[in-house]
Design a protein around this ligand. Sequence first.
Ligand code: MG
Length: 471
Amino acid sequence: MDRRNFLKTAGAGSALLALTSLPLFAITPPPKTRPNFVIILGDDLGYGDLGVFGHPTIRTPNLDRMAQEGQKWTNFYAAASVCTPSRAGIMTGRLPIRSGMCDDKHRVLFPDSAGGLPQSEITIARALKNAGYATACVGKWHLGHLPQYLPTRHGFDYYFGIPYSNDMDRVGGKGREAFAEQKREFWNVPLMRNEAIIERPANQNTITKRYTEETIKFIKSNKDKPFFVYLAHNLPHVPLFVSDDFADISLRGLYGDVVEEIDSGVGQILQTLKDEKIDENTLVVFTSDNGPWLSFNELGGSAGLLREGKGCTFEGGMREPTIFRWPGTIKPGVVADIGATMDLFPTFCKLAGIEIPGDRIMDGFDISPTLTEAKKSPRDIMFFYRGTQLYAIRKGNYKAHFFTQISYVGDQTKYTHEPPLLYDLGVDPGEKYNIADKHPDIIADLRQEVAKHQANLVPGENQLVKRIGQN
Ligand code: MG
């Protein structure tokens, strides 16, 4: 890999492999013991909200250490800038447009939504379960709350969580002020175990703590077989709630308290893996579903130096603070190559010795050579969708915006750009300096990539427009 794209973490791990000495036809032997996989996802956690990603007042010692021991990816994307399509991308390894899990008006699923992730989609959980993995989903699902769409119908042996966003089923409070009142009775969201509601409204003050405990319990009881846990926190999505132990501990205020509680949970999970002597056989990934909800001011997060946040196709909407850890297997370092949550599916398949589904277009790439050998990431392109519309494309370090439209705050007009805005994200990660005039050749190349992508694109049946009680 280019020295500019991989920086070995000081003092950690061995020297990079001499790539030129590898045999040309090296075949990776099937793993002797199949690795466990743990995904930990924040909700609306911004690129700039972790200590290791530069936040000055939110303390995340566990995630900082995880990054030091593993790989910190600085150009890693969610599949979309809002919850439902982003999560569809993680689960299927495909752009949400293909599964129908995106819409221009109803941007996510709501409690009156009748749709969900179709059974024709194969989830990571289904692929791993079919290969003998024990599978659990803990936390926010948001891919359909009706029985036929729940995690238990999509390859998960076990589910514990709130099936959609924590600001839904609102029954109290007025306007936006309600979000700051910390009254959990305003949000009548259900907490489910498998397919039954066990608590309503969910006690959101203890939800982060309980998600961590459920995850640890599942790991302990499945430590002797391969397992996959998808822990998707409901927080730090507004309204913010925190348990007593973490109240008023952060200089960053309530938002910081919440992130520090999530960080503590990560520390407990990593410690459990060590105590159970399985941390050298477990790949843990930490990332977020979309950028920070900026219109909530101090109750929302920060995208750091990136432009904008949740809901839009500027970098702040979709680039996520991402860390991989697998002691003894991952080459520790900082990776500036491109990756995406859609890559987790094929990567896990490869590492587990499972075939990647061959009957459909997969948008994910197997990034295991980057994780284990510090090779260049196979992903060079990222498509930026808003709902069903392609707004921007990145190839290498160049990103072209054909349309821009920010969300939730200020002027929300959709702007068309002809020629497109062009940014060099290597030099200009904040997307400040449009260089379209200087690079008509690059724009022509990016247009060609868009045409190639769109030529074989078949949108799935829209799942987000369907409402309960309507045909
Ligand atoms: Mg979100």
